[in-house]
Write a protein that binds this ligand. Structure first.
Ligand SMILES: [Zn+2]
Length: 341
């Protein structure tokens, strides 16, 4: 068999083996088989020296042609195998960006504070200015200036948190009234939202730290009619236009006369139900005309000035609004509860 026949036969075999190689290892084995140091084509080229000049010229040209062809086929196959490997790794390691992401938990305003904001807005709409006072108050502002007599039970250590001589965690927002009146001359028209503290045993309607909103209006011609009109407008705005109000006589040290405001029951509309204990009314807040003794404490003229004040428990109002039957739920920080609002 002459070299030319062998070269042609090697070309045919190499072409089909290279095309059939399924991996880079198989391709490399095929390359070594023909072009390696002991490869078929290498041996044929080595045999060129053993043939006559005529055949050597012809076979030499053919063998080199076949060698170049095999090199180029190997390179081409290597490219396509690498490309296939790359594509399959892309497919197996791909990241599906269409999967929905994990949503982070976003906080929101606590129902008590949301109600407090709403209450402030209503009174701001009626001309009141929001102000704040400190939670650690002087005993004087919290009690004496508000006309609490020396022996009043709420001054007892069992009812209030004393923090050093003469200081107390404020038991109501009312001491802010004193601060405002000491700082400015009438007219005064403010609302005071804030946190208060009492030594109460927690139950369905009491917690140790709670929220109040306080209102104060002082001028030269303020009457009980202004008080009633303001609070009736507030009740209709907050609880709904059908809401009816009634004022019951009451007692507070810092107002005279004093009253409690009831609204028609939000559940039964006044017919009587379990929520209103069949009375048809729900107690909402305390109010009254500022006691002249309070004016004396802040240097206001008791003879020419009058004013009204009111205060309500924000937690209690939030409970009425949302139909919550236990105040402690508002302070448990249980998201299953809070997520409802
Ligand atoms: Zn009712």
């Amino acid at each position: 068999m002459d070299l030319c026949d062998e070269a042609t036969s090697a070309r045919r075999a190499a072409t089909s083996e290279i095309a059939a190689a399924k991996t880079l290892d198989e391709l490399e084995a095929a390359r070594v088989k023909y072009l390696g140091r002991k490869g078929l084509l290498t041996l044929l080229l080595r045999n060129l020296g053993k043939v006559g000049p005529e055949e050597r010229k012809e076979a030499g040209r053919l063998l080199n042609e076949v060698k170049q062809e095999i090199l180029s086929l190997v390179a081409g196959r290597e490219d396509s195998l690498k490309q296939a490997a790359y594509s399959s790794s892309l497919a197996s390691e791909s990241l599906d960006v269409t999967l929905p992401g994990r949503r982070g938990a976003i906080g929101r305003v606590h129902p008590t504070l949301a109600v407090m904001d709403e209450l402030v807005d209503i009174f701001v709409g009626m001309g009141f200015t929001p102000v704040e006072g400190p939670e650690i108050e002087t005993e004087y502002n919290n009690f004496d200036a508000l006309n609490f007599p020396a022996g009043h039970p709420s001054r007892d250590e069992h009812d209030s948190f004393y923090v050093g001589e003469g200081y107390v965690l404020r038991t109501h927002t009312s001491p802010a009234q004193i601060r405002v009146m000491q700082a400015q001359q009438p007219p005064v028209r403010v609302v005071v939202p804030g946190r208060c503290h009492r030594r109460d045993t927690p139950d369905a309607s009491h917690v140790v730290s709670f929220h109040q909103i306080e209102g104060l209006f002082v001028d030269y011609d303020v009457s009980m009619a202004d008080l009633k009109g303001t609070l009736a407008a507030f009740a209709r705005e907050f609880f709904g236009p059908e809401t009816r109000v009634r004022f019951r006589p009451h007692y507070f040290p810092f107002t005279e006369p004093s009253a409690e405001l009831d609204i028609s029951c939000l559940v039964c509309g006044g017919k009587g139900c379990r929520v209103c204990k069949n009375s048809g009314w729900l107690e909402v807040l305390g109010c009254g005309m500022v006691h002249p003794n309070v004016f004396d404490h802040v240097g206001y003229d008791r003879a020419s000035l009058t004013g009204f004040a009111f205060g309500m428990g924000v937690d209690r109002v939030a409970m009425l609004r949302y139909g919550i039957n236990d105040m402690r739920l508002l302070y448990d920080n249980d998201l299953r509860f809070l997520d409802q609002f």
